[in-house]
Design a binder for this molecule. Structure first.
Ligand SMILES: [Zn+2]
Length: 110
Protein backbone atom coordinates (compact mmCIF):
# COMPACT_ATOMS: atom_id res chain seq x y z
CA UNK A 1 0.00 0.00 0.00
CA UNK A 2 1.18 3.52 -0.78
CA UNK A 3 1.76 5.96 2.07
CA UNK A 4 -1.18 8.40 2.39
CA UNK A 5 1.12 11.05 3.91
CA UNK A 6 3.93 11.45 1.36
CA UNK A 7 2.32 9.37 -1.43
CA UNK A 8 5.83 8.13 -2.36
CA UNK A 9 6.77 5.39 0.10
CA UNK A 10 5.36 1.90 0.48
CA UNK A 11 3.93 0.83 3.83
CA UNK A 12 5.59 -2.15 5.49
CA UNK A 13 4.60 -4.03 8.63
CA UNK A 14 6.77 -3.21 11.62
CA UNK A 15 6.77 -2.15 15.22
CA UNK A 16 6.69 1.31 16.74
CA UNK A 17 7.82 2.38 20.18
CA UNK A 18 4.92 4.49 21.39
CA UNK A 19 5.32 7.32 23.88
CA UNK A 20 2.75 9.81 25.12
CA UNK A 21 3.75 12.99 26.96
CA UNK A 22 7.23 11.51 27.26
CA UNK A 23 5.99 8.33 28.96
CA UNK A 24 6.93 5.07 27.21
CA UNK A 25 3.84 2.95 26.51
CA UNK A 26 5.41 -0.06 24.79
CA UNK A 27 5.87 -1.56 21.33
CA UNK A 28 2.93 -1.80 19.00
CA UNK A 29 2.44 -3.23 15.50
CA UNK A 30 2.14 -0.61 12.77
CA UNK A 31 2.46 -0.03 9.04
CA UNK A 32 5.54 2.12 8.51
CA UNK A 33 6.36 4.17 5.41
CA UNK A 34 9.77 3.38 3.93
CA UNK A 35 10.09 6.94 2.60
CA UNK A 36 8.83 9.44 5.21
CA UNK A 37 8.86 7.05 8.20
CA UNK A 38 5.28 7.97 9.12
CA UNK A 39 3.53 5.12 10.96
CA UNK A 40 -0.09 4.03 10.86
CA UNK A 41 -1.92 1.82 13.35
CA UNK A 42 -5.18 -0.04 12.89
CA UNK A 43 -8.19 0.52 15.14
CA UNK A 44 -7.35 -2.42 17.40
CA UNK A 45 -3.82 -1.13 18.01
CA UNK A 46 -5.08 2.43 18.50
CA UNK A 47 -7.36 1.10 21.25
CA UNK A 48 -4.49 -0.88 22.79
CA UNK A 49 -2.37 2.32 22.89
CA UNK A 50 -5.28 4.15 24.53
CA UNK A 51 -5.61 1.35 27.10
CA UNK A 52 -1.87 1.48 27.88
CA UNK A 53 -2.06 5.27 28.33
CA UNK A 54 -5.04 4.92 30.68
CA UNK A 55 -3.18 2.28 32.69
CA UNK A 56 -0.28 4.74 33.14
CA UNK A 57 -2.72 7.47 34.17
CA UNK A 58 -1.78 9.80 31.34
CA UNK A 59 -4.78 9.43 29.03
CA UNK A 60 -6.42 12.81 28.40
CA UNK A 61 -3.65 14.81 30.11
CA UNK A 62 -3.33 17.06 27.07
CA UNK A 63 -5.97 19.76 27.41
CA UNK A 64 -6.97 23.17 26.15
CA UNK A 65 -6.31 25.98 28.55
CA UNK A 66 -6.92 29.71 28.53
CA UNK A 67 -4.33 32.46 28.73
CA UNK A 68 -5.53 35.23 31.03
CA UNK A 69 -4.16 38.59 32.07
CA UNK A 70 -2.77 39.19 35.54
CA UNK A 71 -1.34 42.69 35.94
CA UNK A 72 1.21 43.22 33.16
CA UNK A 73 1.80 39.50 32.68
CA UNK A 74 -0.19 36.71 31.14
CA UNK A 75 -1.11 33.63 33.14
CA UNK A 76 -1.73 30.08 31.98
CA UNK A 77 -4.11 27.91 33.94
CA UNK A 78 -2.65 24.45 34.60
CA UNK A 79 -5.45 21.85 34.65
CA UNK A 80 -5.63 19.93 37.95
CA UNK A 81 -5.01 16.58 36.21
CA UNK A 82 -1.62 17.85 34.99
CA UNK A 83 -0.87 19.44 38.38
CA UNK A 84 -1.63 16.13 40.11
CA UNK A 85 0.39 14.11 37.58
CA UNK A 86 3.46 16.31 38.12
CA UNK A 87 2.75 16.83 41.82
CA UNK A 88 2.70 20.61 41.34
CA UNK A 89 1.90 22.68 44.40
CA UNK A 90 1.01 26.33 44.72
CA UNK A 91 4.10 28.39 45.51
CA UNK A 92 6.50 25.91 43.91
CA UNK A 93 9.13 27.48 41.64
CA UNK A 94 9.36 26.70 37.95
CA UNK A 95 11.63 27.70 35.05
CA UNK A 96 9.72 28.90 32.00
CA UNK A 97 11.19 29.42 28.55
CA UNK A 98 10.15 29.46 24.90
CA UNK A 99 10.98 26.57 22.56
CA UNK A 100 10.26 27.79 19.02
CA UNK A 101 6.46 28.31 19.11
CA UNK A 102 5.92 26.47 22.41
CA UNK A 103 6.35 27.29 26.08
CA UNK A 104 8.23 24.88 28.31
CA UNK A 105 7.52 25.01 32.05
CA UNK A 106 9.94 23.04 34.20
CA UNK A 107 8.92 22.72 37.84
CA UNK A 108 11.83 22.41 40.22
CA UNK A 109 12.24 18.82 41.32
CA UNK A 110 12.24 19.04 45.10
ZN1 LIG B 1 5.34 8.28 3.56
Amino acid sequence: MKCPMCEKGILKKGKIKETMFGVYLGEFPAEICGSCNESFTDEKTTRAIEKAAKKKGIWGLGKKTKITRTGNSLAVRIPKEIANFLNLKEGKEAYIHPERDKIIIEPENL
